[in-house]
Design a protein around this ligand. Sequence first.
Ligand code: AMP
Ligand code: MG
Length: 486
Amino acid sequence: MASATSLESLTFDNVWSRFPQDFFSRVSPTPWRDTRLLDISPAGAARLGLEVDDIDRDRLTALISGERLLDGMEPLAQKYTGHQFGTYNPALGDGRGLLLGEAMTSQGPIDLHLKGAGQTPYSRFGDGRAVLRSSIREYLAGEAMTGLKIPTTQALAVAINGEKVMRERVEPGATLLRLAESHVRFGHFEWLYQQQRVEDLERLMRHVIDRHRPNLAHQDAPLEALFQDVVTRTAELIARWQAYGFVHAVMNTDNMSILGLTLDYGPYAFMDRFESNLTPNHTDTSGRYAFDQQPGVALWNLTVLGQSLTPLIEVERLREILDSYEPTLQAAYAILMRGRLGLETEQEGDGELIDEWLRLLESSRADFHRSFRALSERDVVGGLSLSAEIESPELDSWLERYRRRLDQESRGDTERLAAMRRVNPLYILRTHLAQQVIEAAEEGDTRPLATFRELLSAPSVRRPGMEIWSEAPSASAPPVCLSCSS
Ligand code: AMP
Ligand code: MG
């Protein structure tokens, strides 16, 4: 595969458009007026084998406004269904995003998906549009997650449009050009299962294997191997969310990726102070998708997926595979948390040390990320940088225990602290910082967006003069209100 040198040199092989007719609807984007690019992501460009300088801004603007597609694209809206807040909804599908084409890059196929591209047959009552606020939040989320090595979709670019969109208030419209190895969701399988279409169900599974997991094709039971792969990757994904204080907030099965990517950013949040039941979506009043519910919800979602695969895989086998979820998640989480505490070896009592640390953060209302970072700074053995973050009478006893645990490590302090700083980021996509970026962009100033994007792409590397980007929100600031309606 020759590498691309410009957007126009990308080649497309649109497998989805060759699927049975009702898997999708052919829809062209509804073009926006007066579109202006806000930012292009170098990491997003790299996924396409491009550098930002290779990209002609006028051509990208024409693409992201929905005005002019690239040669070889065949835009379509995908049909899927899903469980939303526990209830099956048969009427879902791409309601405001279009799969424009599947680019063949040297690293494999990449979907180009235009979010905010106008109405489709699956829009129900929606206008098919996206607003600036949520588009910038999704754009930055792709950067932040990539920077934290958490599997995710990621946008190539985000643009503001001249037209306004009505939500809780009138807001600037926007579009996002989203990249993903695949947009196949658990909900695609639920749809086929509900219709009892066993052949199509198998066809879709084989498609995922052939195109994205070719090594599974040679196993004795490739379909079982694919389900095992989804369970393992989902467990590892959730472990990373939990270790980095990320709340997705809308873990409906139509927002779950078959490749284990973080997909569909809405009212998500990274924690500021540690709150185990944080529920950033203000309409989720029961806390169904609270932070500490995520491991259980993902298993529930995997069980729904497993149910959809019962025509193809023995129930007993599905159960066995589902049973591997919990230990996989626990093991992955323990490795991540030990890394964040600088522990190279595994010792008895590590689990309690980690739990006590989290309890200490929660009871003292300390900032989650700043506390981990403070633990990675030079003077932690004296407790200085930590006491600036954590005000608690229990801090000293925890530190004492931690120091004793560190004595069991053979690595020197300097080396350990450097390793800890690499996994304890300084720059976090905090809601109040994203809000500042959004407000500046609404006023026409895109510099904060570019600055924050760059910091988030290497979040552990301290940059001089960038202190405001690592600050926790002030206690007196009103909380930013987040909901699904974006
Ligand atoms: P989400 O909560 O973003 O995952 O969306 C759930 C479903 O609603 C998906 O099928 C979306 O395509 C659809 N949807 C969300 N917002 C809109 C909108 N403004 N217009 C049309 N469809 C939408
Ligand atoms: Mg969705």
